[in-house]
Write a protein that binds this ligand. Structure first.
Ligand code: SAM
Ligand code: SF4
Length: 335
């Protein structure tokens, strides 16, 4: 048994310190992005997903084990009733220095101010294109104007940092990378470009045909912008560049072309309460089962989390050209 009485840090077999937890608080979403979900999705029944109280308990246990950063994500986290209350409760944990969320922006117009009040410091907003028709085609249901109004509301509220996340797909939005960076520059915010990951089988979308590498994006951006590498990290997998003469940083999340596993500091809690040790592998521990079998027992929960570090894999096994081996979708996992 590990001694849990003193200050703790979670360390895996490869010497990596794990101090960042991402939590998917719902698998539901008002969008159906082509790379994330099938068009017809069956969502989980309520009894199968963690309650907000259970999520808080697990988050608290992690902070007692040295976690400094928690990202709330989904699905679309802001469509879950009670999401604000959960954020408020997490925001009150003193040792948690970074409480952040990832959202599709659809609810931000009305919720941005409350998120700030709840203690959310930084916010990532997904935006793959500024073009209304392309936006509709990629998200299947989304309205780009609603998201753009949400981004303006977030800027007006004044978070420490706002970052756009854009998944770039060949022939769908790859032609727009310069416009997206210009939008970030004009609004004084950051942007990260993400290579698509093969999570779940999606119809009407061939992931290998849609692959557009970070190197190609950098080549396209160089036609209009001067980018200089910065050593800066924000605790995630992005490599950052500064757009010369502006406040904007451009990040690249490149699971295929630039493997980031050697510095991995994160684990994920799925909406069903599975602690997932790696996005690209199935190694996991069922924390919901442990919690429900031992209500109120923080020691057993923390012990289980410490032991889970022993099965954190060395690296992901993504191959964009093969059928996905990971059958869960990103919305369950929490991107
Ligand atoms: N609904 C919120 C949103 O879209 O920001 C939060 C959840 S979403 C799963 C988190 C991030 O994962 C988004 O930026 C989305 O673009 C990204 N994402 C979803 N599926 C992906 C995939 N197959 N490969 C790479 N990124 C993906
Ligand atoms: Fe919803 Fe986000 Fe997935 Fe798009 S990427 S379907 S917005 S969870």
């Amino acid at each position: 048994m590990t001694d849990l009485s003193g200050p703790m840090q979670l360390i895996d077999r490869f010497g990596r310190t794990v101090d960042y937890l991402r939590i998917s608080i719902t698998d539901r979403c008002d969008f159906r992005c082509v790379y994330c979900m099938a068009e017809e999705m069956t969502f989980l029944p309520r009894a199968q997903i963690l309650t907000l109280e259970e999520i808080f308990t697990i988050g608290k246990a992690f902070t007692e084990l040295g976690t400094k950063k928690i990202r709330i994500t989904g699905g679309e986290p802001l469509v879950r009733k009670g999401a604000l209350g959960l954020l408020e409760n997490l925001g009150q944990i003193e040792s948690l220095t970074e409480l952040v969320i990832t959202t599709n922006g659809s609810q931000l117009e009305t919720m941005a101010a409350d998120l700030k009040k709840a203690g959310v410091k930084r916010i990532n907003i997904s935006l793959d294109t500024l073009d209304a028709d392309k936006f509709k085609a990629i998200t299947r249901t989304g309205d780009v104007q609603q998201v753009l109004r949400g981004i303006q509301a977030a800027i007006a509220v004044g978070f420490e940092r706002i970052k756009i996340n854009a998944v770039i797909l060949k022939d769908r939005n790859h032609q727009e990378v310069c416009e997206l960076v210009q939008y970030a520059v004009d609004n004084g915010i950051d942007i990260s470009f993400i290579e698509e990951m093969p999570l779940g089988v999606v119809e009407q979308h061939d992931r290998s045909e849609a692959y557009y590498s970070s190197d190609l994006i950098k080549r396209d951006l160089a036609l209009k912008f001067s980018l200089v590498a910065t050593p800066e990290k924000t605790g995630g997998p992005s490599n950052y560049f500064k757009v010369v003469g502006t406040q904007t940083r451009v990040g690249f999340i490149s699971p295929h072309s630039d493997n980031f596993c050697s510095t991995c500091n994160r684990v994920r809690l799925t909406v069903e309460g599975r602690l997932l040790l790696c996005l690209g592998n199935e190694h996991s521990v069922d924390l919901k089962k442990v919690l429900r079998a031992n209500p109120g027992n923080m020691t057993i929960l923390k012990q289980t989390i410490v032991e889970a570090m022993l099965i954190k894999p060395e690296k992901h096994e993504f191959n964009i050209h093969e059928q996905p081996v990971i059958l869960r979708y990103m919305n369950m996992t929490g991107g």
